[in-house]
Design a protein around this ligand. Structure first.
Ligand code: KIV
Length: 279
């Protein structure tokens, strides 16, 4: 049985750090699950790293359903959380519930949505119908980016106070955890200490109860944006390009396919064939 929302909440109580990674496709999700990652997040960052959009705004419910289905076929042990994309939950609570239901039907265990206290009613309505919700405050790529660009959040005491209030309201509304994106490390620590649900940080320091990274950043596969907070554990894009160049050269020189990559006919059958075609 895979991890549950309650298992993730318990990890905070047991002072165990929570590992979260974005996943969008079957192959990589299988590897993340095998590596023992606690939570697979089908993030709407898929719009950028999988579909090549310059931000997450164009991502649709159909995209998110397809990615969620693929990841759900792969996961065995991890919890699966899927992002509600831009404008799938902001216009009405009904939209939010219907679209959360679609992601759950696609295989998610919980949904994530962006927004502070303004989203409290939406979150509590989704939770009331039985769907767990992860909040997302600090930098909110779906909206903050439209007005401010990618900026560190909670740098002043006023903005920090607002964020702390947001976190408390989200907990009150029934969120089971909160992603904190690009929040100053001091404020992340204060938030993590003042709520009982886990905080999952991205670019928000070590005080969070867990950490999330975009898989393509961690693996060194996406070069368009190189966030300061993303630790690169390998440079997979270099290795992939090298492998593809070797393949191209092998095809050009006739080294590929080798005998071992080919299939043969029975010799007698080949002889008969040659007689039939007169060669
Ligand atoms: O879409 C995403 O990948 C996210 C994480 C960065 C938290 O929301």
């Amino acid at each position: 049985m895979h991890k549950s929302v309650q298992d993730i909440i318990n990890m905070k109580k047991e002072k165990k750090k929570i590992s979260v990674i974005t996943s969008y496709d079957y192959t990589l999700a299988s590897l993340c699950d095998k590596a023992g990652i606690d939570v697979l997040l089908v993030g709407d960052s898929a719009g950028m790293v999988m579909l090549g959009y310059k931000n997450t705004i164009p991502v649709t419910m159909d995209h998110m359903i397809m990615f969620t289905e693929a990841v759900s076929r792969a996961r065995k042990d991890s919890l699966l959380v899927a992002d509600l994309p831009f404008m799938s939950y902001q216009a009405s609570i009904e939209d939010a519930i219907v679209n959360s239901g679609k992601l759950i039907k696609a295989g998610a265990d919980a949904v994530k949505l962006e927004g502070g206290m303004i989203m409290a009613d939406t979150i509590s309505s989704i939770v009331e119908v039985g769907i767990p919700v992860m909040g997302h405050i600090g930098l909110q790529p779906q909206t903050t980016v439209l007005s401010q660009g990618y900026k560190v959040q909670a740098k002043t005491s006023d903005t920090a106070m607002r964020l702390i209030e947001d976190a408390k309201e989200l907990e009150q509304a029934g969120a089971f955890s909160i992603a904190l994106e690009m929040v100053t490390k001091e404020v992340s620590q204060i938030i993590s200490d003042s709520i009982s649900i886990p905080t999952i940080g991205i670019g928000s320091g070590t005080g969070c109860d867990g950490q999330v990274l975009v898989a393509q950043d961690l693996l060194g596969m996406y070069d368009k944006i190189k966030p300061k907070f993303a630790k690169r554990y390998m440079n997979l894009s270099e290795d992939i390009v090298k492998a593809l160049e070797s393949y191209r050269e092998d095809v050009q020189s006739g080294m590929f396919p080798a005998q071992t990559n080919s299939f043969s006919m029975d010799e007698n059958e080949l002889k008969k064939l040659r007689e039939k075609i007169g060669s």
